[in-house]
Design a protein around this ligand. Structure first.
Ligand code: SAH
Length: 267
């Protein structure tokens, strides 16, 4: 997968994309990330990327011309094809007004060949970019950042770790929090977990006892059925406590429902 990031702060990405799985994915040739300096697409002496808003009001707005020119140099498929999803490319404008970026959207993006991430700054980006250049607007959450750079890094990291081969054990990315579509076959790890839309279950490692805090006994039992049940119940409990909204879309068994009504009654 190719990821192009368009920003007025190219140096910002020196750190975030050079560690862990994102670095590995690039070294393995699974991903190629290119950072484009928007100022290189300006034509004036001062390399101006922003201007005052029409209609008055606070702050500055990123101008359309450098963004259009930058993307025109990328040899992308036409916007119509991207909007129709008939090409495996997407141009994404990072925006607090965008659709929410979720694990599901990340999984969709991981199937593409190329994503372009346009980072806004100041009061935002001239709306013609959203209307005629980008094919979608994504927000990483309901809060306002000063720029799209951190949001772009979040999306790149979430997507790169879903590329086949990027994470050593592929099963692990299918059993995490928010993952609805579990594709694992056969018994083994699948029978013990699989988030199916819930938050992940708690993890423990050695030592079995640390400063008087013991690892839950069920995990030490060696009894696979007991471990599976314990993990599932903790995942249900945590989801119910921290993110009850996720229970609506989760795949729940009869056993899950009985357990949930038990803890609801206790509360
Ligand atoms: N005036 C805008 C905020 C502009 S913040 C508003 O009220 O909606 C400047 C830039 O930061 C935006 O253009 C966008 O690229 C980025 N940004 C801010 N919050 C974001 C979020 N939650 N998700 C993604 N990008 C965000």
């Amino acid at each position: 997968m190719k990821a192009d990031i368009v920003t007025i702060f190219p140096d910002f990405f020196r750190g975030p994309l050079e560690y862990g799985i994102t670095r590995r994915a690039q070294e393995m040739g699974l991903a190629e990330i290119r950072v484009h300096d928007l100022r290189e697409f300006t034509r004036d002496r001062h390399r101006t990327v922003d201007d005052r808003p029409f209609g008055g009001g606070e702050g500055m707005v990123l101008k359309p011309e450098p963004l259009f020119e930058c993307l025109e140099k990328m040899n992308l498929a036409a916007r119509d094809e991207r909007v129709a999803r008939s090409t495996k490319q997407s141009v994404i404008l990072l925006s607090a007004q965008g659709q929410r970026f979720t694990q599901k959207v990340g999984a969709e993006l991981a199937l593409l060949d190329r994503i372009v991430l346009v980072c806004g700054r100041y009061e935002g980006v001239d709306e013609r970019v959203a209307d005629f250049l980008a094919d979608r607007e994504l927000s990483i959450g309901d809060y306002v950042l000063s720029g799209g750079e951190i949001a772009a890094a979040v999306i790149v990291e979430a997507v790169m770790r879903l590329l086949p081969g990027a994470v050593g054990n592929e099963a692990s990315t299918q059993q995490e929090s928010f993952t609805v579509d579990v594709k694992l076959k056969g018994p083994g790890a699948d029978s013990t977990c699989g988030s199916k839309g819930l938050l992940d279950y708690p993890h423990y490692t050695r030592p079995a006892e640390f400063r008087g805090m013991a690892v839950p006994e069920a995990l030490m039992s060696g009894n696979h059925e007991e471990i599976r049940r314990w993990r599932r119940q903790r995942a249900l409990e945590k989801t119910w406590r921290n993110r009850p909204d996720l229970l609506e879309g989760a795949t729940l068994s009869e056993e899950d429902r009985t357990f949930l009504s038990g803890i609801r009654n206790e509360a």
